[in-house]
Write a new protein. Sequence first.
Length: 369
Amino acid sequence: MTTAERYDVVVVGAGPAGSLAARAAASGGARTLLVDQRAELGQPVQCGEFLPAPEELADIFPFPDVIRAAYEIPSGSVLRETNSMSCIAPGGRRYRFPLRGFSVARRSFDKALALHAEGAGAELRFPSGVTRVRGGSVTMASGAAIEAKVVVGADGPLSTVARGAGFAPARQLYRMITASSVGEFPPEIDLFFGSVAPGGYAWTIPKAGAANVGLGVTRLSRGATLGRLLDRFVRSLGLPPAEDPTCWWVPIGAPPGSAVRGCALFVGDAANLVMATNGGGIPTAMISGWDAGQVAAEHVREGVPLAEYDRRWKEHLFRPLARGHRLKRLGDRVASTDALLDFGMRYIGASGLDAMMRLRWPGRLGGNS
Ligand SMILES: Cc1cc2nc3c(=O)[nH]c(=O)nc-3n(C[C@H](O)[C@H](O)[C@H](O)COP(=O)(O)OP(=O)(O)OC[C@H]3O[C@@H](n4cnc5c(N)ncnc54)[C@H](O)[C@@H]3O)c2cc1C
């Protein structure tokens, strides 16, 4: 019989959520293991690779100190700075508003964050998949067993840790496809709404000499595929065929009432912590990861109850995320056709769309509680 390795904290998944959790746990003195099933972190790219600037993020989640600590954008991963976003209605009308941000390369972004966790003292292992979690017992694909006082589920929307712990937040998965298209693009994020991407949007996000192009949908009509929709979208913009398409999911369901089950803490996509109106989940993954890692270390060091994690992430993220989810649901109900979307977007205008992207009600539609 082989004996199990023992750690204070095992973090499953070295995406942005897991790397921040591992960094915070190791910095807090916990003996921490960070594992990922991928052979290369950040690869394949399943992301639009856009990040808002920290001050824009603080406008949505007003905790500048947390953002300063957790929301690190490694400079080597930045490809372009952007300064505005445009929402383009089905009829072609463009609504533009200022938004400072960056396009990054997830391949270097994810690697850099994992290396920073390692630099803080976490042990990093990949490719190293987890097949089963029961309480603090973690079984690796190799068959090896690991025992942990705390397990952090940072393994994305199809989380194995969540299955093992009986954590089942209300999942609502956006189907997404992303690819790259060669060309010169202005420093602006373009989001195209309507039947181009039913229930979601299509995008171009400028990179160096190329753009990340893709789309996310909540529904597909009979015979439609993500690949065909993307081809049609790219052709409609006169761009060359998109290269390296990959498909994945974004969980846009409501944020959970609790992200703690027994000795497991859930972060990022595994906990549904995505901004539903804009589909962005990296910043919230990093903040929730940071909160979870800190609490895990305090639990190991001083016996702080793990429920403290719920208190922290909810303070930092819950209200805007829940509001974003309500806004998205209302938008889907009201603007169900291209004509209604054209009308709705004209009615709320650029400032209303700007508000919605920031998880706020458009001024014309009411309050922001
Ligand atoms: C097409 C697309 C475009 C997007 N565009 C943007 C964008 O522009 N900006 C933005 O902010 N967000 C965007 N998102 C959302 C964003 O990618 C996610 O919200 C974010 O990556 C969540 O981070 P995470 O660390 O929780 O999960 P992930 O980044 O998914 O990381 C999970 C990690 O867990 C690992 N893992 C999974 N299962 C196991 C296992 N059993 N054992 C070991 N390891 C495991 C995976 O290999 C992976 O590395 C997009 C998503 C998609 C699909």
